[in-house]
Write a protein that binds this ligand. Structure first.
Ligand SMILES: [Zn+2]
Length: 54
């Protein structure tokens, strides 16, 4: 899976509105900042934990 925002290999997978997208380290951190005040952050963290455990 590649990053949704650039061509790098995705380090994380996030789910937003039922759509699963890959994110590289840089873009993952960018999205975390944007999502910091929303409920989506909890969902994102849970998804990351699952993916990194594989
Ligand atoms: Zn990226």
């Amino acid at each position: 899976m590649h990053c949704h925002y650039c061509d790098r290999e995705a380090a994380f997978a996030a789910e937003s509105d039922g759509v699963r997208v890959g994110l590289c380290e840089d873009h993952f951190r960018e999205r975390l900042d944007e999502l910091a005040d929303s409920d989506a952050l909890e969902q994102l963290r849970e998804q990351v934990d699952v993916d990194r455990a594989e």
